[in-house]
Design a protein around this ligand. Sequence first.
Ligand SMILES: [Zn+2]
Length: 387
Amino acid sequence: MPGSFRIATIAGIDIHINLSWIIILLLLTVSLATGLFPRSFPGFTSSTYFLLGLVSALLLFVSVLLHELAHSFVARARGLPVKNITLFIFGGVSNIEREPRSAGADFQVAIVGPLASLLISGICYALWALLTRGADNPIAAILLYLAAANLLLGLFNLIPGYPLDGGRILRAIVWKFTGNINRATNIAAAIGQVVAISFIIWGIFLFFSGNSFGGIWIAFIGWFMLGASQAARTQSTFEDTFHNITVQEVMSHNVILIPANISLQRLIDEYILPQGLRSALITQGEQFAGLITLSDIRHIPREQWATTPVGFVMKPVSQLHVVAPGQNLRDVITLINDRDINQLPVVENGRLLGILSRDAVLRALEVRRRLGIKQETEQDQHQPTSS
Ligand SMILES: [Zn+2]
């Protein structure tokens, strides 16, 4: 997520905070310090209320983090690598790098988050009842607030619309019964869209009935959910269309290979300028050696262009992402999207066979979509292949 920075690493998982989270921390502190706490626990100074608000907001952040850690730990125990956890304006998100292999694992990863929140709520409530015996003191206020907030967090996340945990739980159940993860994602995401639109309408309604802050807030959550559920639908349609297409069916064979021993000047005069190339593929004998881009060339002083071999300046193949011709397009798309790559060399046994561009992938999707070509997906085909 752009605008995020790392604050800690817990059990090998990086914890990131998005700048938008700081806004919500401040808003929550102010709203607790001027609203809920003075109303429910009167008789303290305003600085006490602010301290209470800040401590409660930070502890709520710890609660959200525990919710995400629960998802992440279960995901890792099921063999799914976790990139990081990011806390942002609408809560937290665990960046799990792969889809689960089975509906059972999907279900476990999804449900453990709300369970963690409900457990925290129960513990806070029990502590409140046992330690403070209902007394009106600051600790009682914080514990009761955390019990209520975590209860809401757990229940809210159980709403069965993707991207909420409830939507993932629903997806796991549909996946179990249909054996088709993409169909399951589509159904959960469609319900997610309905939930999201309901939130937006509810938010607008609240806004016009006087609760402008709450209204805007709820509408924003709905708007965020709508984006995420639409993205999930697009993604699953994408995967449904692509799951048994290989790289070689879409790649371009039309590549210009340039020997590594020519000078930069020759590369520019004979290849780059006449053909309007923005990058060039370099070979050493029969073997694919690397890739050179305009910015690589720009870093070399002009007077050295005539004497510097291309091979000295190119990015060697060891530093490039390459794909194999038989690789599944679905896995390659993940690579293209995650690393924001425009073209990938297709290499087999060290030899360059072609180039796979983002445009070609999108065109292939568009053509298949228009022809209505879709394949039935079977559960076993969703085991991630190495990429
Ligand atoms: Zn969750």
